[in-house]
Design a protein around this ligand. Structure first.
Ligand code: ADP
Ligand code: ZN
Ligand code: ZN
Length: 814
């Protein structure tokens, strides 16, 4: 048997399969998708089996099978990747121009991404006296092996002696694949005596065995069931030694049982009530149902306003898919993977669901993932990478909030989960449903062209009105001498809600939680000397830190530029808003979510839990609170400054603003109580604000499409962003120019090549960044061309240590 294997060396020379022999004894557990250890040159590497064949295949190609090396080991009993994932990895490596092995690795939980480590081992007899004089050799004698990383740090003095020792045959180097898999085991105690005979046994035991007797009685009381040792020790109040003695006497059995670390293990979930569909849901359900019944590929864009009952439809689709004996993937943006969302799914599908999100520890993620692999669950709910769930009978993929930027991975492989899902659905004959209240322009445009079936739900469930949106012109407020950050409209509505004891969400249109340090006198901001960005203020230790390289500065007392004392951190401004709230509404209870209140693990959920429990009148925060939250008592949403996201240097600024305002608005009045939304802005006439106010997506789409056509951006053009970085400007420019010179004559005339120019973030970690942007409409050979270009310039780039990244359909243009 021959296996074609992709080895774990992400360089272009090895970016192809290599043939290996599968020895007889390994054949039973070797399959497409297996992780294996293979010899590769002087090393042992991890690899992935992508194809299995017979020896004659090699012979017929003129190869000599006796020259092939053998696979040394197979890592898993069950291949961690399915054949369709293996096919997909090949497609991804071409589509996103990444090494094949990196596409494969992206599909595995971090725990399985094998790293090989160079180690030093004993190879022959060494004179005892020499060993005693050498700390390194002593250590080797004691442990058998020492990793090279440790040699460098602890035994640097002896490093130069090592080659001699190797030559003398005392030592050898090896590569060890570190497999970080750790299984959690719990020890259990089980009674081995018949319950009826326990008292008799106890009577026969010596008086001093009092603790042992208590253990036996306790266990008998619980019917002899296995009890976790830890609980037993606590409940009986003893140490471990009496248990050991009991086990030695054969009265109890101690054993280690593997458990899955389930973060939701001790939570009970309310059985979810299934609602009969509304007329609107029924209408859009029918085509989905038909496709699920047929069990073949179909793709839908479900455009439904917030609260129209999309999630109910997704869940019904999942249930129907399971009834067909197939499996389902439900993707949500990381940020909306809230406990509520999980609860809803667990409530409906119980322990048939695995949940994958980044807040889990590596071990927890691995355990959830193994439930999928071992076919113990049929549904997975998770963020971006859950699209790689190793299901064998996939039947459905749902992408909720498909417009979200977090579906794009911003490191190699730079894939978009939407594209990957589409490919996988097609390949496996599954149904794909993409849903959003504000679809990405690209997606909606494809639906308009008939590539996806467009399904629309424009009303909320139960005819609950969409919240009334009030746009307030803040320039007008200034003219009437209102200098507060709250308009009169917002102020009076807040008073009203406080009186009625209803809840509110106040939202600052700022990205993330980060804060920067600025001098109020001269405007000087603290920036990283190595990277072209502002430093982020950390309150806990009063330092300013670079987000990219870790450069840290103590918060200065005086401005380095003008010596003013008025240098302080600025940020999302949530703190300022909180102070203002306290001043205007004495006694108001504010739950603030920002960098200071959410840095601790679990703080996020805790704060939301408190708000849900009614322990706050106002939830105050940034974009983080804009999505996925569903609070029955929220009847007012206020947006302090809607414009901030309009002027970002990004062609999607208007789209993002529209999405944000629409999403924020969706937070109000989702339940019995009607809702209001107040949007404060300095540009009320901007179309993204006007149409958000009217909940009019189609009109926004029309107008935004006009702008995109005029400026030549997606969906009219597709983009490729090629970014170069190097410590010296001339080198990085030369690299970029070479690439541009290579590409220009080979591209069709309709393709526009912009640059090379300096990137908007011109320096990171002391490396200067330049970029080339391609805008193209029709370039069928583009991936091939870029692949050839990479191979062509690769040696030069390596030699000059220039790094080049290619981002197809970039989401972030910095
Ligand atoms: P969306 O995902 O479009 O925002 P949801 O599916 O979350 O909407 O539905 C909004 C609310 O309406 C939820 O509280 C949900 O339980 C409820 N709901 C959905 N469908 C129905 C229905 N057919 N009958 C009654 N209530 C429904
Ligand atoms: Zn200053
Ligand atoms: Zn830096």
């Amino acid at each position: 048997m021959i296996a074609k294997i992709i080895v774990d060396v992400p360089v272009s020379r090895t970016n192809r399969p290599f043939d290996y022999l599968v020895p007889d004894w390994l054949q039973p557990i070797t399959a497409v998708g297996s992780r294996v250890i293979v010899p590769f040159g002087p090393r042992k590497l991890q690899g992935y089996v992508i194809e299995i064949g017979e020896i004659k295949d090699v012979e017929s190609l003129g190869g000599d099978p006796t020259k092939l090396k053998e696979i040394l080991q197979v890592q898993d009993d069950v291949p961690p990747m399915t054949p369709d994932l293996i096919r997909m990895a090949e497609w991804m490596s071409k589509q996103y121009l990444c090494p094949w092995v990196m596409a494969l690795q992206a599909m595995l939980p971090a725990v399985l991404k094998g790293k090989s480590e160079k180690i030093l081992v004993l190879a022959g007899q060494i004179d005892q006296q020499i060993v005693e004089r050498s700390p390194l050799l002593s250590e080797l004698h004691a442990r058998g092996s020492v990793p090279f990383s440790e040699v460098d740090s602890k035994y640097a003095d002896e490093a130069s002696l090592i080659p001699g020792w190797i030559k003398a045959g005392w030592l050898a180097t090896e590569y060890q694949v570190k497999d970080r898999v750790t299984h959690k085991m719990i020890s259990y105690a089980t009674l081995q005596v018949d319950i009826a005979e326990v008292e008799e046994t106890i009577a026969a035991m010596p008086a001093r065995a009092e603790q042992m007797k208590r253990v036996l009685r306790h266990m008998a009381m619980f019917g002899g069931e296995p009890i976790p040792v830890k609980e037993l020790l606590e409940e009986v109040g003893i140490t471990r030694s009496p248990l050991k003695s009991l086990a030695q006497k054969g009265l109890i059995r101690l054993e280690e049982i593997e458990v899955y670390r389930d973060p939701y293990a001790n939570r009970r979930f309310k059985q979810a009530v299934k609602h009969p569909f509304t007329e609107q849901q029924q209408r859009i359900w029918e085509p989905i149902e038909a496709s699920i019944e047929k069990q073949e590929f179909a793709s839908f864009l479900l455009h439904g306003v917030t609260g129209s009952g999309k999630t109910e439809v997704y869940m019904e689709a999942i249930e129907r898919t399971l009834a067909k004996g197939r499996e389902a993937i439900f993707l949500v943006p990381e940020i909306s993977l809230t406990p509520q969302m999980v609860e809803r799914f667990k409530g409906r599908f119980g322990n048939r669901v695995a949940v994958l999100h980044s807040a889990l520890s590596q071990g927890e993620r691995y355990d959830e993932w193994r439930k999928i692999l071992h076919q113990q669950v049929q549904v997975v709910v998770g963020a971006r990478s859950a699209v790689f769930a190793p299901f064998h009978k996939l039947g459905l993929i749902v992408i909720d909030e498909e417009h979200e930027g977090s579906y794009k991975q911003e490191e190699t492989p730079r894939y978009h989960a939407r594209d990957v899902a589409l490919w996988r659905a097609r390949d496996t004959g599954s149904v794909l449903i993409m849903g959003s209240a504000t679809p990405a322009l690209e997606t909606y445009a494809l639906a308009m062209r008939g590539r996806y079936q467009l399904l629309t739900m424009s009303e909320r469930v139960g005819n609950r009105p969409l919240p009334q949106v009030h746009v307030v012109d803040m320039r007008e407020e200034l003219r009437t001498e209102n200098r507060s950050m709250f308009s009169r409209t917002l102020f009076s509505m807040m008073e009203d809600r406080l009186r009625k004891q209803e809840q509110m969400v106040i939202f600052l249109n700022r990205r993330g939680f980060s804060t920067f340090v600025m001098c109020r006198s001269c405007g000087y901001t603290l920036r990283c000397p190595h990277c072209d960005i502002s430093l982020t203020y950390h309150k806990t230790n009063h330092t300013a830190r670079c987000h990219y390289c870790g450069y840290t500065l103590r918060q200065p007392d005086r401005c380095p530029e003008c010596q003013s004392e008025h240098i302080r951190f600025f940020g999302t401004g949530t703190q300022k808003v909180e102070e203002e709230l306290a001043r205007l509404f004495p006694g108001i209870r504010v739950i603030r979510m920002d960098v200071d209140t959410t840095s601790r693990k679990g703080a996020h959920e805790e704060l939301l839990g408190r708000f849900r429990a009614g322990q706050g009148d106002v939830l105050l925060g940034t974009q983080m609170i804009a999505k996925g939250l569903d609070f029955p008592r929220v009847t007012l949403v206020g947006v302090i400054a809607a414009d901030t996201s309009l002027w970002l240097p990004d062609f999607r600024a208007a789209e993002k603003t529209f999405q944000l305002l629409t999403q924020v608005g969706g937070r109000a009045g989702r339940h019995e109580l009607p809702g209001d939304v107040v949007i404060q802005t300095y540009t009320p006439e901007h179309y993204s604000i006007r149409y958000a106010m009217k909940h009019d997506y189609p009109a926004f789409y029309q107008e935004e499409m006009l702008h995109r056509r005029q400026t030549g951006y997606p969906p009219y053009y597709r983009l490729v962003l090629i970014t170069f970085s190097h410590e010296d400007v001339p080198v990085v420019i030369r690299a970029a120019e070479q690439v541009s010179e290579y590409l220009r004559p080979r591209l069709t005339e309709t393709t526009i090549v912009l640059g090379p120019v300096a990137s908007p973030i011109a320096k990171v970690k002391d490396r200067f960044r330049f970029q080339i942007m391609l805008k193209y409409r029709d370039e069928p050979e583009l991936a091939d061309l870029l692949g050839r270009m990479s191979a062509n310039v690769d040696p030069w780039m390596k030699q000059h240590q220039v790094s080049m990244t290619i981002d197809m359909d970039p989401q972030i243009l910095l």
